[in-house]
Write a new protein. Structure first.
Length: 743
C-alpha cells in the first residue's frame, strides 16, 4: 500500500484474520535466521500481517546496522507480501536508554527524577529516541508513570518517585522528548503498580481507584496531556478487578473522562493472567474476549489470547466483530499519526551514527552528575586530588552494577558493547593515589575479603565506599540481582556484608565517603551515622563513574530526593504525602524518615527571603502568585532546588498535610540572588469527586503555602483563601508555572 490510507476504508476492506493480526505481536527472534530477517519464517508466522514487533534489541542481540537492516527488510515484507501492506510498530524498552546492543545507558528514572530538571530529562529522552529511531523503533515502552510508593518493590527504580506532581513533570518531559525524535511513548503501568501490598510485584495496590485518582493517576494524565500515544495496563487488580479486564479503568476513566484516543496495550502475558492466575475467566480465549471488551487494543509480546483464539471467538459469537474494529481503528490511527504508511524504514548505512558520539557521552555524563544527591557532608567533601584514596565496595569497579534493570546488559546479562566508566577508574585518572580493594560482593560470597579493604583504609587519607545493590529482571532465587522486576525485598538494609564493610573501614579512623549505588531507596541509618559524607548516586549509567568523581571532587550535583528514605522497613509507608493524623513516633523508634522527600545538600549555602503571596484571596477558578528571593551566600557557585508546598483546608476530602505544587532548579554564582515566582492555578488543589463518572472539584478554603529546601525544611510561608462556589476544572494543574529573575 502506498500513501496514508483512510482508516475507515482500510477497516472495511480487511478480512477478520487481517484485522485481528493488527491487534497482535511477534517477537523479532521468531523471524530472524542467522542474524538476518527470514521472509520464509515471516510467511509462516504473519501471513496476514502483524501489529507490532517486540523486543527487537534485547532479543536479537544485533548492533545498530544489522538490526536496522533486519527491521527494514521486515517492514518491506509487510508492505509487499501481506494483504493490505500495513507496516508494523517496531518497539523496544528504553527505561534507562535504548535496551539494545550499543544503546547509551542513561541514569535510571529514579535518578533522573532526582535531578528535578524536566528540561534535562526531555533532552535525555530525545537522545534515547534518536537511537530508537535509528534502528527502526517508532514506539517504546517508556516511561513508567507509576508512583514509587513502596521501596520494597523491586521496580521502584523505574519510577520518578513518590510525588504525583514531580512524577507528572518528568513523565511529560519523557513523552515530549521521545516525540522530539519521532518516537511514540507508552505510559506504564496503569495503575497502582508502584504501591503493591507487601511490596510484592503485581500485588494489589494499597489504595482504591478513588484514592489513586488524586495521586497515582496524576502522572498518567500528564503523560496523556503531553501526547502519549499508548498506555499499558498493569498486572495488578484495582478494586478487585484485574486491570487487563477493568472497563471502569480502561474505558470509563481513561477514554471517556480523560479523552484518551490512543491504544491501550497489555503488559507481557497480562491477558493470560486473567485465566491462568486470577481465574476470572475459564480459559485464554475468554480472557482475550474480556480484555478486548474492557479496552485492551493490542496484545504483547505475542498473540496468545488474541490471534487465532480471537478470530474463533468472533465466529462463535462470543464477541462482536465491531469490538475488534474499535481496537483496530485505534491502532491504525496511531500508525497513521506516526507516519508509518509514508515514512521510509531505517537506513542501515547511517544507523550507527546515533550511537557512541561525543554528544551522547556528554548528555549521559551531565545527567548522571545532576542526578546525584548529596545527602550529608561534614566538610569532608569535596576531596582533594592530592589525597590518598582507598576505593572499596562491590560497586566501586563493577560496570554492570551502574546500570538499570532494562538496560541491554542488565536485562540480558550480556556485554552491551559500550564503554562504562567505574568510580575506581574515574578517580584513578584524577586523584594522585588510588588503591582499590573490593572488600565484599553485593551479596555475601566466598571471595569477600573485608580485611584487605580495612588494610587499604588504614593506609589512606580517605575511603570512598561504593555500596548498594545490583539491578536486574531475573526472578530465579539464585539471581545476583537485588532489585528490579520481580526482585522485591522484605528488608531495606544493605545486602550481604556491606554494612559490616562500612563499619570496619570507619573503625580505622580514616574518614569515609559512602556512595550509594542502588535503584532502591535503602534504610541505612547505621551506615550514614558512620560516614562523614553520603552521596546517593542511584543507577547512574555508563558515565556514572565519571560523574561520581565529578561530584566527589567538587562539582555541585544539585540533586534532591524524589522519595523519602526510611530508617527501617517498619516505618512504611514513609512517603511524605500523608494526612496530619497519619504521622507520629513509635515506642522504640523515630517516626520521621532518615531523609525526607526533596532533601539534598549543596557545596554552597543559600538564604531565603520572605514569601509573598498575591492576592490574599482568589476564586476557586482563579490563581495565586507566590514570590521568594534566594541568595547564594557562599564564595563558590552552587545549585538550589526551590520547592513550593501547599496545604488546602476546608474541602470535602482529607488531603495530605503538604503537597508539592511548584519547583525550580536554580544554578547561582557566588553572591548571586534570584527572584523565583510561582504562578499557581487553583486547579492545583482539585480533587477527584467520589463518583467514578464525576470529574474534579476545587473547594473553597484556606491555603497555606511554604517554600523551602525539602518537604520538611520550610524556609518561609504565607497564606491565602480560595473563595466562592466550588469550581470544576477540566484538568488538574499539579504544578505552578515558574519564572526566575536574576539580580
Amino acid at each position: 500500500m502506498t500513501g496514508s490510507p483512510t482508516v475507515d476504508a482500510l477497516v472495511d476492506e480487511m478480512a477478520l484474520e487481517a484485522k485481528v493480526a493488527q491487534l497482535g505481536s511477534v517477537r523479532i527472534g521468531a523471524v530472524l535466521e542467522d542474524g538476518a530477517f527470514s521472509a520464509e519464517r515471516a510467511r509462516e508466522l504473519v501471513p496476514h500481517g502483524v501489529g507490532r514487533v517486540t523486543r527487537v534489541g534485547r532479543e536479537s542481540g544485533l548492533g545498530p546496522r544489522d538490526l536496522a537492516a533486519a527491521v527494514a527488510d521486515f517492514q518491506a515484507f509487510l508492505r509487499t507480501e501481506t494483504p493490505h501492506g500495513i507496516p508494523a510498530f517496531v518497539r523496544e524498552e528504553s527505561l534507562c536508554g535504548y535496551a539494545g546492543r550499543r544503546g547509551a545507558t542513561v541514569p535510571q528514572a529514579i535518578g533522573l527524577a532526582s535531578s528535578w530538571d524536566p528540561a534535562l530529562v526531555r533532552e535525555v529522552a530525545g537522545t534515547v529516541g534518536e537511537q530508537l529511531r535509528a534502528v527502526g523503533c517508532r514506539l517504546t515502552l517508556s516511561p513508567v508513570a507509576d508512583l514509587g510508593v513502596d521501596p520494597r518493590w523491586g521496580r521502584i527504580e523505574e519510577t520518578f518517585g513518590e510525588d504525583p506532581a514531580l512524577a507528572a513533570a518528568m513523565t511529560g518531559s519523557v513523552v515530549r522528548g521521545l516525540a522530539d525524535s519521532g518516537v511514540d511513548a507508552t505510559l506504564k503501568h496503569f495503575v497502582g503498580h508502584g504501591r503493591p501490598a507487601g511490596g510484592r510485584n503485581r500485588a494489589r495496590p494499597t489504595a482504591s481507584l478513588a484514592a489513586m485518582r488524586d495521586a497515582d493517576c496524576v502522572p498518567f494524565r500528564a503523560g496523556v496531556d503531553a501526547g502519549a500515544a499508548s498506555v499499558m495496563a498493569a498486572y495488578n487488580t484495582v478494586d478487585g478487578v484485574p486491570c487487563h479486564a477493568n472497563e471502569a479503568l480502561l474505558t470509563d476513566l481513561l477514554r471517556e473522562t480523560w479523552d484518551f484516543d490512543g491504544t491501550v496495550v497489555s503488559d507481557g502475558r497480562g491477558i493470560e493472567m486473567l485465566a491462568d492466575d486470577y481465574g476470572v475467566t475459564a480459559d485464554r480465549q475468554t480472557a482475550g474476549v474480556r480484555a478486548l471488551s474492557a479496552g485492551i487494543d493490542v496484545e504483547i509480546p505475542e498473540s496468545e489470547c488474541f490471534g487465532e483464539r480471537l478470530v474463533a471467538a468472533v465466529r462463535e459469537g462470543l464477541v462482536d466483530e465491531s469490538v475488534v474494529d474499535r481496537a483496530l481503528r485505534r491502532h491504525l490511527r496511531q500508525k497513521v499519526r506516526a507516519g508509518l504508511f509514508t515514512a521510509d524504514g531505517p537506513d542501515p548505512t547511517t544507523a550507527a551514527d546515533a550511537f557512541e558520539t561525543d554528544a551522547v557521552r556528554s548528555v549521559t555524563r551531565r545527567a548522571a552528575r545532576r542526578s546525584q544527591v548529596l545527602l550529608e557532608n561534614d566538610g569532608l567533601l569535596p576531596l582533594s586530588p592530592d589525597a590518598a584514596v582507598a576505593v572499596v565496595g562491590p560497586n566501586a569497579d563493577a560496570p554492570r552494577n551502574l546500570l538499570g534493570n532494562y538496560s541491554y546488559a542488565g536485562a540480558e546479562n550480556a556485554d552491551g558493547g559500550i564503554d562504562i566508566v567505574t568510580p575506581r577508574a574515574a578517580l584513578a585518572e584524577r586523584v594522585e593515589t588510588v588503591v582499590h580493594e573490593r572488600g565484599c560482593g553485593v551479596r555475601a560470597g566466598p571471595d569477600d575479603d573485608l580485611d584487605a579493604a580495612v588494610s587499604a583504609a588504614r593506609d589512606a587519607d580517605v575511603v570512598v565506599a561504593c555500596v548498594g545493590g545490583q539491578s536486574g529482571i531475573h526472578v530465579e532465587r539464585d539471581s545476583p540481582g537485588t532489585a528490579g522486576e520481580a526482585l522485591d525485598r522484605a528488608g531495606l538494609g544493605l545486602p550481604g556484608r556491606q554494612a559490616a564493610l562500612v563499619e570496619r573501614v570507619a573503625a580505622t579512623g580514616t574518614p569515609v565517603v559512602v556512595v550509594l549505588v542502588s535503584g532502591r531507596p535503602l534504610a541505612v541509618p547505621g551506615v550514614v551515622e558512620r560516614a562523614n559524607a553520603t552521596v546517593a548516586a542511584w543507577l547512574p549509567g555508563q558515565s556514572g563513574g565519571a560523574a561520581i568523581a565529578d561530584v566527589l571532587l567538587g562539582a555541585d550535583p544539585g540533586g534532591r530526593l524524589p522519595v523519602s528514605l526510611p530508617r527501617s522497613v517498619g516505618q512504611l509507608p514513609i512517603h511524605y504525602r500523608q494526612d496530619a493524623v497519619s504521622r507520629g513516633d513509635y515506642v522504640f523508634a523515630d517516626g520521621a524518615p532518615l531523609f525526607p522527600f526533596g532533601h539534598g545538600e549543596s557545596y554552597a549555602d543559600f538564604r531565603y527571603g520572605s514569601l509573598s503571596v498575591a492576592p490574599d484571596s482568589t476564586a476557586t477558578d482563579g490563581e495565586l502568585t507566590a514570590t521568594v528571593t534566594v541568595e547564594n551566600t557562599a564564595d563558590r557557585p552552587g545549585t538550589e532546588v526551590v520547592q513550593l508546598y501547599a496545604r488546602h483546608r476546608g474541602g470535602r476530602r482529607v488531603t495530605p498535610e503538604r503537597e508539592l505544587v511548584g519547583f525550580r532548579r536554580v544554578d547561582l554564582d557566588a553572591g548571586e540572588t534570584a527572584t523565583v515566582t510561582f504562578t499557581l492555578p487553583a486547579a492545583a488543589f482539585a480533587t477527584a469527586e467520589k463518583r467514578r463518572d464525576a470529574g474534579l472539584v476545587v473547594d473553597p478554603g484556606a491555603v497555606t503555602l511554604g517554600v523551602g529546601r525539602s518537604s520538611a525544611d520550610r524556609q518561609a510561608s504565607a497564606s491565602a483563601e480560595l473563595t466562592g462556589a466550588p469550581s470544576h476544572p477540566r484538568r488538574r494543574r499539579p504544578l505552578a508555572d515558574v519564572t526566575v529573575e536574576r539580580a
